[in-house]
Design a protein around this ligand. Structure first.
Ligand code: BGC
Length: 350
């Protein structure tokens, strides 16, 4: 009897030590593996969190909202103390966010704001409006819009209407160019200048390509020139580039200026080949490191570092945010920016 008691006591001790030693669980929910950046974001987060001593549950949701909802709920059921979510559709995860609040699990919106729910504790992203400003300013300076006579012919392609970032990117670029559109120095032959008209559901390259093909055949088939195609990110720029290559006289008229964002490998290759003009670099290592710092601060009960408490209203509250700085990238600086910094190898870009 004594032996059994001793055994039970020993077992209880081992179990309680094990649970005291068990690391806090952090859930990381990424939208898809289809786009290069989310793979990098997920991998960086997982690596840094493990280095910081956390258990990690990393999931990718195949761009399917019900999948993401189920994955986040499972993370919370599994006892996650914090969930980090890059939403497919900002306003579709309310049920999971309510569950997080009930269970005392903190929520960090990652890169994309979680909308229409109070239970969003923090937001970490890049300055999304500034991404657009960098794109718009690049085109403005390249074409010397203040001094050149024009008119210049432009088209626009924006992102997914379900992603709160997409409007910030578009507005950032459009606000720089709007005065020239109003003055007639920039002409948009398709007439499509509203976000709703230029948006690309799901940020899909094929969708952006199809719309660009339609615009080219309706407005530029007569051989007229395009000076710039302002695209919000690299996946859409990729589609537009494909459309131009097949349906526009790039040999004779030259490539229009094409903007992008993310410095995806395929797009950096296009920049090196002279097809895409620029991209905005958002170093996913910087964002992941910032989020891991926030998680540490939350779980240690420390004050969480934020640098913006006014911009990101999710329709229920202004979510305290940390905005990282986006950086300009093109064929001239990519070596320093992407290779010397260890983001890519030379081989990645061959
Ligand atoms: C991100 C961009 C990305 C886009 C498509 C946005 O929310 O901020 O970096 O290109 O989603 O995935």
């Amino acid at each position: 009897m004594k032996k059994i008691l001793a055994l039970v006591l020993a077992l209880a001790l081992v179990l309680s030590c094990a649970s005291a030693l068990a690391a806090d669980l952090v859930g990381v929910s990424m939208p898809t593996k289809d786009l290069q950046r989310w793979n990098q974001d997920g991998d960086n987060m997982e690596k840094l969190l493990k280095e910081a001593g956390y258990d990690v549950e990393l999931q990718f949701a195949s761009n399917d909202v019900p999948t993401q909802l189920a994955q986040v709920e499972t993370m919370i059921d599994n006892g996650a103390k914090v969930v980090v979510i890059a939403a497919i559709e900002g306003s579709s995860l309310g049920q999971a966010l309510d569950k997080a609040a009930e269970k005392g699990c903190k929520v960090i919106a990652y890169d994309r704001l979680l909308m229409d729910n109070e239970n969003v504790d923090y937001y970490a992203t890049f300055d999304n409006y500034k991404v657009g400003t960098v794109q718009g300013t690049y085109v403005k300076e390249k074409l010397d819009l203040d001094n050149a006579e024009g008119p210049f012919y432009f088209e626009f392609t924006a992102g997914d209407p379900g992603d709160n970032n997409a409007g910030f990117f578009f507005n950032g670029a459009y606000d720089v160019l709007k005065p020239y559109i109003e003055a007639g120095k920039i002409v948009v032959k398709s007439g499509q200048t509203n976000f709703a008209d230029v948006a690309t559901p799901g940020w899909k390259s094929e969708t952006a390509q199809k719309r660009a093909e339609d615009i080219l055949s309706s407005n530029y088939a007569d051989g007229s020139k395009l000076d710039a195609w302002v695209c919000s990110n690299d996946s859409t720029a990729y589609g537009v580039t494909n459309a131009l290559e097949a349906n526009y006289d790039v040999e004779g008229l030259g490539w229009p200026i094409i903007t992008g964002q993310d410095c995806d490998k395929a797009n950096v290759k296009n920049m090196i080949a002279g097809k895409q003009s620029m991209s905005v670099f958002k170093d996913t290592r910087t964002l992941a490191a910032q989020v891991v710092k926030m998680i540490d601060q939350i779980l240690k009960g420390e004050e969480v570092e934020v640098n913006d408490t006014t911009t990101y209203n999710n329709n229920k509250k202004v979510v305290p945010s940390f905005l990282c700085e986006p950086v300009f990238g093109d064929a001239n600086n990519y070596k320093e920016l992407l290779i010397d910094s260890g983001y890519y190898t030379e081989d990645d870009l061959k």
